[in-house]
Design a protein around this ligand. Structure first.
Ligand code: SF4
Length: 488
């Protein structure tokens, strides 16, 4: 498809939005309408904003804003640009809807943190729910169901974030190893069997980084949460896990933090010794992630464990005394229908985890799924919508409320991921990272620290290299990146 942009430079935003309607389309910027091509023309002048769609040179649909509305726009340049961008996206959205007859649940939103918009609106107008809903509906064209979800989540988040103080900091520690690579995975994750000879070196490098952070970057700071993710941290054997936990306990005041999570994602990596290690060193929350409770699908997605393994690992964790267990599931896995997801939900309801994180299938660029997608049957957007609605009601029926959400690129149907929890067992770290509410110092290969400057409404990132060998060999440089940022 051809694109014409006149009077503005919102090319990126327009392409991102059009990708939701035409996922495999390539766009070329041109200066004028060419008879044989399909073209979307977007124009901003002093008198009008207009977006039109031309099919083989003939105008089929137009959406525009007239002069009287333009006169109401802010005059301050930055604010005016921001509003102009929203208007052009809205007009493009109107035209794309007319072409496809497909409504986007999230309207013109293409970002990954929709609830941040609500927080911005609260800053501007106070907690005026009706006004905020009106803006989400009219300016962002978000559908009513998603608006209500956003409002419900933000209300829960406000409750969770209200005890935050300025001197608090959060720690993320990445363990980039897994037993096998899941079909849909795009994370930094190395198969532990192949990498077993490098794991100890990795842990040593990690502990060097940990020592630096604890000694130099936590002066006058209090660690609020620790999150050990990956990868699958429980891919480490019990001794390695004990070494990691010892290092964490040595460097951070684990007894005085609010939450200590370890992802024990793959049930086939969990055993009683590892669970006892986690418990002994103060881990308060673990995640055991089935993704589906259908054996056939587990095989398709390359997980090499069974539903029985999920039950076994889960019951073992309860026996060891874990009273805050999260489970992750994915809606829209290859070959799965509504009935399969309902079955997964029924099994999860039997297990009664304290929280449930519900992802919608995303075909990520770096995944094996992306390269082989034609081999699989992925459900249509409409069916995902039914699944999402069912999960919401089923989760509520066992006392789980939505408490955080985020979106990703390339999600089937352009929906969202939602974390549900019973009251009081919500993952504080998840809310902090999604709302970018506090600084997170991230350690390990591929870890990205985010330094939050709330007064300036600014966030800075410090990245570690992704490659494990590079991380080990360049650990001094990784530490130096942090040092230079905090003590230039
Ligand atoms: S368990 Fe998670 S990190 Fe590991 S391969 Fe699967 S999706 Fe990737």
């Amino acid at each position: 498809m051809k694109l014409i942009l006149k009077g503005h430079d919102f090319e990126y935003e327009i392409k991102m939005l059009l990708n939701l309607y035409f996922p495999n389309e390539k766009y070329e910027i041109v200066d004028e309408i060419i008879d044989k091509d399909n073209t979307i023309e977007s124009i901003i002048t002093n008198n009008y904003y207009k977006v039109s769609y031309y099919e083989e040179g003939v105008c089929k649909f137009t959406s525009s804003l007239n002069k009287s509305d333009i006169e109401k726009l802010p005059t301050e340049p930055i604010e005016r640009r921001r509003e102009s961008k929203k208007i052009i996206k809205k007009l493009v959205n109107n035209v794309a809807y007319k072409i496809t007859n497909k409504k986007q649940p999230w309207g013109i939103l293409t970002g990954i943190r929709p609830t941040k918009i609500v927080f911005d609106l609260i800053d501007k107008y106070g907690w005026d729910k009706e006004k905020i809903k009106l803006i989400l509906r009219e300016k962002y064209q978000i559908c009513e169901e998603k608006i209500n979800l956003m409002m419900e989540i933000v209300e829960n988040e406000i409750n969770i974030l209200k005890t935050n103080t300025n001197n608090e900091i959060n720690i993320y520690i990445g363990i980039p190893f897994c037993p096998t690579k899941c079909l849909y995975c795009s994370f930094t994750s190395y198969p532990i069997d192949k990498w077993k000879d490098h794991v100890n070196d990795y842990l040593n490098a990690l502990s060097t980084e940990m020592e630096y952070v604890s000694k130099k970057l936590l002066v006058n700071k209090k660690v609020k949460t620790i999150y050990v993710g990956g990868g699958t941290p429980t891919s480490l054997n019990a001794e390695q896990l004990e070494f990691l936990m010892t290092m964490i306990n040595k460097n951070f005041d684990v007894n005085n933090i609010e939450e200590f999570t370890v992802e024990a994602g793959r049930p086939d990596t969990i055993n009683i010794d590892k669970l006892k290690v986690l418990k002994r060193y103060g881990v308060s929350r673990i995640s055991i992630n089935p993704q589906t409770m259908n054996d056939k699908t587990l095989q398709i997605i390359g997980r090499r464990h069974s539903v029985e393994d999920v039950y076994y690992a889960y019951n073992m964790a309860r026996e060891v005394g874990f009273n805050n267990i999260n489970m992750d599931i994915i809606l829209g896995l290859p070959g799965e229908s509504y009935i399969d997801v309902k079955h997964t939900l029924d099994e999860i309801k039997n297990l009664k985890p304290e929280s449930l994180t519900v992802h919608t299938m995303a075909v990520k660029r770096a995944s094996k799924l992306k390269r082989t997608v034609e081999m699989y049957h992925l459900v249509e957007s409409k069916e995902i919508d039914h699944m999402i609605k069912m999960v919401y009601h089923e989760a509520k029926s066992i006392g789980l409320k939505p408490y955080y959400m985020y979106r990703q690129k390339n999600m089937v149907g352009n929906y969202e991921n939602v974390g549900y929890s019973i009251q009081g067992k919500e993952c504080i770290y998840n809310v902090i990272i999604i709302e970018e509410a506090q600084t997170i110092l991230a350690l390990g290969a591929g870890a990205v620290s985010k330094i939050v400057f709330p007064k300036e409404n600014r966030i800075e990132r410090i990245e570690n290299v992704k490659d494990v060998h590079n991380y080990i060999n360049r650990i001094d440089e990784m530490i130096d990146r942090k040092r230079k940022f905090f003590h230039p």
